[in-house]
Ligand binder design. Structure first.
Ligand code: SF4
Length: 334
């Protein structure tokens, strides 16, 4: 067990976790909501440090990050647990279990960086479950990676407090945030979370200047109305700017949400159109391999900058960060 970085001691050997907005108050020998942190005699500990339950090498496009080192591969890992519970979670068989219920490999941060180097993966991704709940493991791996020239990306729900997120941005190179909807009702009823802290995280990422992209999984009837997409994309444009990439992704029935059909492609296309008409420059269609909405287009001349099919990059016309046709600077980390 490793001591947690963010908690306050309370009377009677209780602790308050100050890592995520849930703010669990935990009695001695009890755990917080995520099941990954435990109070021992008034000190809080993480139970998942160096306990990786899923380790794979993925294209960076799978995260998805489209404006960050296109065509590279990322050593990707997770531990058990999550700090929210989405009824449509694709990785529920690791995110919704406690560490002792899932087989894990003992891989230290130092070893993880070695594995990345041996496999020629220039990036490590903290992903699959919610990396906030394995914060210390992520932080130490990212810091170690940074010393060794390996970049780190966090694939997150953004449900984290300001101070730990700010500290983390010093060792990360990019973040992907799942914006699950634009209503508190959806977050409360479908994810057992809150919208406001996620929006605050997005504002913080803009403030510190780290690269970040947004994914919105559109679920039929629950978060796909024109009104909601309109309000969301206007908020993004006003508060984050026109250049943050937004991926509208296709939902497939899973976990506790098998009563709804896959998202019609027309719904994703409509969302893309609304967001672009509200001034966003880079809006993508996700989980529809071969769709033209997977490509990056130059907002200046309209030509295809990066042509993709699924997670594959077929063509890249960005040269030294600029459109090779018209010379316009393209935001991202190339
Ligand atoms: S990280 Fe876990 S223990 Fe801490 S507040 Fe969030 S859910 Fe609770």
């Amino acid at each position: 067990m490793k001591k947690a970085r963010y908690f306050k001691k309370l009377p009677e050997k209780k602790v308050e976790c100050t890592l995520c907005p849930r703010g669990c108050k935990v009695a001695d020998l009890e755990r917080g909501y995520c099941g990954c942190r435990e109070n021992h005699n008034g000190t809080y500990y993480t139970l998942v440090y160096s306990r990786a339950c899923a380790v794979h090498i993925d294209p960076i496009e799978k995260k998805p990050l489209f404006h960050f080192r296109p065509g590279t591969r990322a050593l990707s890992f997770a531990t058990a647990g999550c700090n929210i519970e989405c009824k449509f979670c694709q990785n529920w068989n690791i995110s919704q279990f406690r560490p002792e219920q899932i087989k894990a490999l003992y891989i230290t941060p130092r070893k993880m960086v070695e594995i990345a180097k041996i496999n020629n993966t220039p990036i490590i991704a903290y992903t699959y479950t919610e990396p906030v709940i394995f914060y210390e493991y992520m932080y130490d791996t990212a810091a170690r990676g940074k010393e060794e020239g390996i970049e780190s990306v966090m694939i997150s729900n953004g449900y984290i407090k300001r101070e730990p997120m700010r500290a983390l941005t010093k060792v990360l190179s990019a973040v992907k945030i799942d914006l699950k909807a634009f209503t508190e009702k959806f977050y409360r009823d479908v994810c057992h979370g809150e919208l406001k802290p996620v929006l605050d995280t997005l504002l913080l990422l803009k403030e510190v200047g780290i690269w970040y992209e947004i994914v919105v999984l559109l679920i039929p009837t629950l978060n796909d109305s024109e009104k909601e997409i309109d309000a969301m994309s206007k908020w993004i444009k006003k508060n984050l700017g026109a250049d943050v990439p937004v991926h509208f992704s296709r939902f497939f029935p899973t976990y506790k949400m098998t009563n709804l059909p896959p998202t019609p492609v027309a719904t994703l296309e409509r969302a893309r159109k609304i967001a672009m008409s509200n001034g966003l420059h880079f809006v993508y269609v996700g989980n529809v391999p071969g769709h033209p909405g997977e490509n990056t287009y130059c907002p200046g001349c309209g030509k295809v900058l990066i042509r993709r099919i699924g997670f594959k990059v077929l063509e890249n016309n960005i040269k030294r960060g600029k459109c090779k046709f018209c010379g316009r600077k393209i935001p991202g980390r190339w």
